[in-house]
Write a protein that binds this ligand. Sequence first.
Ligand code: UDP
Length: 278
Amino acid sequence: AFEKADLLDKDSLRNVFQKFRPEAVVHFAAFAYVGESVRDPRKYYRNNVAGTLNLLDVMREYSVDKIVFSSTCATYGEPQYLPIDEKHPQKPINPYGRSKLMIEEIFRDYETAYGLKHISLRYFNAAGCSEDGAIGESHLPETHLIPLVLKAVNGELETVRVFGTDYDTPDGTCIRDYIHVEDLAAAHRLALEKLGKYNGCVNLGTGIGSSVREIITAAEKVSGWRCPVEYAPRRPGDPAKLFADNRKAGEILGWRPRYTAIEEIIETAWKWETNRKY
Ligand code: UDP
């Protein structure tokens, strides 16, 4: 069942809790544009942090003490070493990352004081679409690399801009760890089962980095078409390389990503992009 409720409106949340009497909450709701968070931090702290505080209040009212939370590798900030494990210092460099880190810290305090059971899943770059092609990525505005590359490939966009070609990486473009949404979804199920036995945070990434150029090449191979490219300056706040140490997810959750080849991830995204419903 789908119910629409606003985290800033406690009564609408209470209605949902009253109706379904959940045992646990999987909390995905947030604003997630880094650039916008710099321009309008109020929006991010209010929605992401205050919204989560409301959710925690209503959970306590209904004696729900279990939560799985969408956190992010943006809580780490500029990497001090690679791959990034969960012990890496957390020094986010924008309000979006700070809002997610604040929530992780609130969970730790609520655990000590009220016995909250929590697992924060720190996603690297979520990518791809559901295996049946029915659920896919749809942002307005779209800012993410893979959907933009696919839109340039199919002619919806004239070009895709490559933000920076002078990074200290083998081909000069930024490296990220793209993790398939089906693998993310599987990790949430496993985390739900582990709630109560383990409290804390877990990285979700493949452990493999792909450069912007590698994404473009893979998209061309998958689609069979050329991707028109425009070279642009670096985007402020982008570290050269980010990829996960995902061993803890294996140890704690028994999780292993099934999609590790970037072409396979892009293949699912392409299936969605050519047949999208919204
Ligand atoms: N990127 C790019 N052109 C775009 C969008 C993104 O070159 O139009 C690069 C960006 O600099 C980063 C990578 O692609 O290195 C992934 O960016 P995205 O916005 O998809 O995710 P983020 O890493 O910011 O969460």
